[in-house]
Write a protein that binds this ligand. Structure first.
Ligand code: NAD
Length: 473
């Protein structure tokens, strides 16, 4: 059983002010795999006090000292890789193969990327007769979701440490185990007391007082647009910086001359990966009308081949959804798609055959979708792909941009130039051309209601810096 019953504050594992604990549920079995404590505003006060006290000394560390610290953390994460993979698989249901090959390693990847970026970052520059200094912003509140848990904590903790900030992490109460392991790694690597603090709990109990706290200089939030707005409102009275990484409904434009089989297959797999629970999943596939029915057949076949089942089984492609609430939401949206007249070509409502226990959904593909339907507008956060036809490239771009979100975009085309031309017209923070993967040095973040922050690599570190102009220097 996993034990997340204590916070990590000022270099010590401490009891909560509340003593209120909740089960950590394995979504594949719906059984408890451990307990997590729900902290209080008083716990937040203690952690913020520790971070504030630790800030002056840590901010004065040299870049070389911070590089050495990050190097020790990278080694620590390597040593705990298998523990992290197992914890993620059990707390949020990722198939163990995905947990090992992508989920667990992403923490290591981002600490490594921050380390490399820190080696090349300039912290001061001369402009005219003035010196411009870039300094750590101060005490940071970090709030993260459950879907890629160590990835989300690493993309905040690593740059915050690299910048010289102190911090309070509130990980998701649904997946708190890997964050607890991260705290152990940071402690063992010699992060000074008070520099990194972990407070477990839910949004209203811990996230809200952290966001409003007058001694917190910056909030970095990843999660739903709904909660991101609440964090920004709570932070507004104290004029702290708020970086938001929020939801998405990303379009995948497949141009007429694209390699259709490869593009559609890649797009379907990208949606089903992590059971559709990725903010940047390409959930709206935009297809030229001339090749629409051919693409529908390919998409349905690929979805039907997805192996859904026990996350502990090496052969599983897709595990359960994270929780009962998420299961109910996904089922409701599949029903909405049917009611609004979309055609189910793979999957549909209910559970896959033989999986009566656990929050399993069916890999679902809808055809005959238009961009006004609920399933084309709302972030489903489940294994549901919609296929939308278009007549012209201009129409495809218009549909892609017709959303409140702007996280990612995907373009497939026979020529890189034509695909790049479309990529430049998308109002999104990221675009993938012809299946290119994410790049850990390229900034990750969204336009519009997908947020205003940029994480990963050097841009991620810059988020945690203030700028000071010294005239006459
Ligand atoms: N843009 C990105 O980089 C990115 C990455 C991953 C996930 N996401 C988004 O995250 C969402 C899924 O994650 P989730 O279900 O954990 O999201 P969520 O918004 O429910 O919770 C995220 C975090 O916010 C906390 N929280 C909730 N209410 C709060 C409040 N009032 N004040 C402060 N904190 C509060 C939660 O406890 C949790 O730690 C999806 O919308 C997904 O798109 C975005």
């Amino acid at each position: 059983m996993y034990d997340c019953s204590r916070h990590f504050i000022n270099g010590q594992w401490v009891e909560s002010d509340s003593g209120e604990t909740h089960d950590i549920i394995n979504p594949a079995t719906t059984e408890s795999v451990g307990r997590v404590v729900f902290g209080t505003a008083e716990d937040v006060n203690r952690a913020v006090g520790a971070a504030r006290a630790a800030f002056p000394a840590f901010a004065a560390w040299t870049v070389e000292q911070r590089i050495e610290l990050l190097e020790r953390i990278v080694e620590g994460l390597k040593a705990r890789h298998d523990d992290i993979a197992r914890a993620i698989s059990e707390e949020m249901g990722a198939p163990i193969r995905l947990a090992r090959t992508a989920q667990a390693g992403s923490g290591l990847q981002h600490f490594g990327a921050a380390l490399e970026a820190l080696k090349n970052l300039e912290f001061h520059e001369k402009v005219g007769d003035s010196m411009i200094y870039r300094e750590p912003i101060g005490v940071c509140g970090l709030i993260t979701p459950w879907n890629w848990p160590i990835n989300q904590t690493a993309v905040k903790v690593a740059p915050a440490l690299a910048a010289g900030c102190t911090m309070i992490l509130k990980p998701s109460e649904i997946a708190p185990v890997d964050a607890t392991i991260l705290a152990e790694v940071l402690d063992a690597a010699g992060v000074p007391p008070g520099v990194f603090n972990l407070v477990h709990g839910d949004g209203p109990g811990v996230g809200a007082p952290l966001s409003a706290h007058p001694d917190v200089d910056m909030m970095s939030f990843t999660g739903s647009t709904r909660a991101g707005v609440l964090v920004a409102k709570a932070a507004a009275d104290t004029v702290k910086r708020v970086a938001q990484e929020l939801g998405g409904k990303s379009a995948n434009i497949i141009l007429e001359d694209a390699p259709l089989e490869e593009a559609v297959t890649d797009g379907v797999r990208a949606v089903m990966m992590n059971t559709g629970q990725s903010c940047n999943a390409p959930t709206r596939m935009l297809l030229p009308a001339s090749r629409y029915e051919e693409a529908v057949r390919i998409a349905a076949a690929v979805a039907d081949q997805t192996v859904v089942g026990d996350p502990a089984d090496e052969k599983t492609h897709m595990g359960p959804l994270v929780s009962e609430a998420q299961f109910d939401k996904v089922q409701g949206l599949i029903e909405a798609g049917i009611e609004e007249g979309a055609r189910v070509v793979a999957g549909g409502p209910g559970r896959p055959d033989g999986l009566e226990r656990g929050y399993y959904a069916r890999p679902t593909v809808f055809a005959d979708v238009n961009n006004d339907m609920t399933i084309a507008r709302e972030e489903i956060f489940g294994p549901v792909l919609v296929l939308i036809p278009y007549e012209t490239v201009d129409e495809a771009v218009r549909i892609a941009n017709d959303t409140v979100y702007g996280l990612s975009g995907y373009v497939w085309g026979g020529s890189r130039e034509a695909a790049l031309d479309v990529a430049r017209r998308l109002r999104t923070g990221m675009v993938h051309i012809n299946g290119a993967s994410l790049d850990s040095q390229a900034p990750f973040g969204g336009y519009k209601q997908s947020g205003n922050g940029r994480e990963w690599g050097g841009h991620g570190i810059e988020e945690f810096l203030e700028t000071k102009s010294v005239m006459g220097a």
